[in-house]
Ligand binder design. Structure first.
Ligand code: NAP
Length: 308
């Protein structure tokens, strides 16, 4: 009888290049995964593998450490393999948008790829996952909120900003370390905010520099603050918004998730504001990716339990 091999903790570009060898005798076979750098923290494998098991789908979801300069090669190898699809995480979402063969999203960033006839079809489930997370964490709809996104220049920030624009939220303020990227995104989103909604003296859509004076001035007219930077992935990271700028009326959503509270969620606690980390967004975007790959609803309760 053939000896079965267990999946290893993470694979690399070199493994993808020699996939038949690297993945030989792994049972069930790996036909899904997440590409990222860093990727060791990703909880997607435990969540997606629980869903696959629940539906008796005989395949596994693996973790792939792919660096920014390796994405093109990794996607080239993927086209030739018997994969159903992959997720993309930091730092690949924007670069992948340019490299897939077709896109089913206008976001400018891709977090889900489905393979069809050796073609890579890109889509994005982060925006809808974010909406569902905000609804479940704070019992509010984004369309009624004045939103600030910190890290709007990245793949996740783009997806969240795009979704806020589609929802026609009350107000959207984009903040980014590299301000030019936030300004470019504002230009793309302007048509969504051209409607007749009246909001008083503040602009409905703007990009502002990441400095304390600018944040302080803006935060008076903001309900929901979103961290879409990787700050918080390391326990030693500073909070992207200090406690002194937060107020009890704020809702604070950190897209970063981890085993303990991020510095931003702790800052929200200290300020008397409501805070939540990115675990619920992870769940919802993952469930939506599953639906794209398998054309069926994901077993969301099983996936939620797998994340506990
Ligand atoms: P990305 O495309 O690499 O974007 C990173 C963004 O953060 C950019 O705007 C970048 O600004 C900014 N940034 C990076 N390092 C920074 C620093 N040291 N100080 C200030 N700003 C910094 O990454 P991504 O894929 O969007 O992911 C961002 C984070 O969201 C990751 O932690 C990821 O795990 C998390 N995420 C969570 C979920 C979930 O389901 N919970 C889903 C998606 C992503 P510049 O433009 O100036 O470089």
């Amino acid at each position: 009888m053939k000896k079965k091999k267990a999946m290893t903790e993470r694979y690399t570009l070199a493994d993808l290049e020699n996939w038949r060898e690297a993945a030989r005798d792994i049972d069930p076979p790996i036909r899904l995964g997440v590409f990222g750098d860093p990727v060791a923290h990703s909880l997607s494998p435990q969540m997606q593998n629980a869903a696959l098991k629940q539906y008796d789908i005989s395949m596994q979801y693996g973790r792939f450490h792919i660096r920014a300069n390796e994405l093109r090669s990794a996607l080239r190898f993927l086209r030739e393999l018997d994969f159903v699809g992959v997720n993309l995480t930091v730092p690949h979402k924007i670069a992948a948008f340019e490299q897939v063969d077709e896109t089913a999203t206008g976001v400018g960033a891709v977090n889900t790829i489905r393979l069809r006839d050796k073609k890579l079809i890109g889509s994005n489930t982060d925006g809808e996952g974010f909406l569902r997370a905000i609804r479940s964490e704070f019992s509010v709809d984004v369309r009624d909120l004045r939103v600030m996104i910190i890290g709007a220049g990245g793949g996740t920030g783009h997806a969240i900003a795009w979704q806020c624009a589609l929802e026609n939220c009350e107000r959207l303020v984009l903040v980014n370390r590299t301000l030019e990227k936030a300004i470019m995104l504002v230009d793309r989103l302007r048509p969504f905010f051209a409607g007749p909604r009246v909001l008083g003296p503040v602009a409905r859509l703007e990009a502002v520099p990441w400095d304390e004076a600018a944040l302080r001035a803006q935060l008076q007219d903001i309900d929901l603050i979103v961290n879409a930077t990787p700050l918080g992935m390391n326990p030693s990271d500073a909070t992207p918004v200090p406690t002194r700028l937060l107020a009890p009326h704020h809702m604070v959503f950190d897209a970063v998730y981890g085993p303990s509270k991020t510095a931003l969620v702790r800052a929200a606690d200290e300020a008397g504001a409501r805070g939540a980390n990115g675990l619920s967004m992870l769940l919802h975007q993952g469930a939506l990716s599953f639906s794209i790959w398998f054309d069926r609803d994901a077993p969301i309760d099983v996936m939620r339990t797998a994340l506990l």
